[in-house]
Design a protein around this ligand. Structure first.
Ligand SMILES: [Zn+2]
Length: 183
């Protein structure tokens, strides 16, 4: 695989993300007086007003567009979270959520492969390319019988990075999960 794009995240942050990927996200503390470490007080005092500003712009009906106030504030927050992640700011639950939301770290729900951009699209954590999608038509199959199915079809949007991953097939299969009666 190619060299990672260090303008997306530097080597230290990439190491931290690899650790979270293998160990899972830290449990996540609440930001309350008893938990906040001294060295986190100033970073939090920088971050929290910026989140209020972003929320205010959203509530005002603004949508992030390249170069507008909301987009710039989100990028500012992303940069702060990336910087302070290295001194442990992601110990706090709220900061973890924000870091995923503004793309300071990749989204665990996307298998840690992609990070969010301000316009809610995704980019590749490894190379920074815009993530593309394939609309995959999937046919069901019966477990243990590779050629048999009930003829049911569904569509699924499958994301991929055009640089790091091969384009997924437009045809796939799925297995119907058995239903259990809970009584
Ligand atoms: Zn990529």
């Amino acid at each position: 695989m190619s060299e990672p794009n260090y303008s997306v995240a530097n080597a230290d942050l990439r190491r931290l993300v690899e650790k979270m990927k293998s160990d899972g996200m830290p449990r996540g503390l609440a930001i309350t007086h008893e938990f906040v470490r001294d060295e986190h007080a100033r970073p939090l005092a920088e971050i929290l007003p910026l989140t209020q500003r972003i929320k205010g712009l959203y509530d005002h009906g603004d949508r992030p567009a390249a170069g507008n106030a909301l987009c710039l504030a989100m990028i500012g927050l992303r940069n702060l979270l990336q910087q302070y992640a290295l001194i442990g700011i992601l110990e706090y639950k709220k900061m973890q959520e924000l870091a995923v939301l503004v793309g300071a770290i990749p989204d665990p729900a996307e298998k840690w492969k992609y990070y969010r951009l301000p316009d809610k699209s995704f980019a590749c954590w490894h190379c920074g390319a815009e993530v593309l999608c394939v609309d995959q038509t999937q046919s069901d199959r019966i477990p243990g019988m590779p050629l048999a199915g009930f003829g049911r079809v569904r569509h699924k949007v499958v994301p991929f990075c055009p640089n790091c991953e091969t384009r997924p097939s437009e045809r796939g299969t799925f297995v119907e999960e058995p239903e259990f009666d809970v009584c």
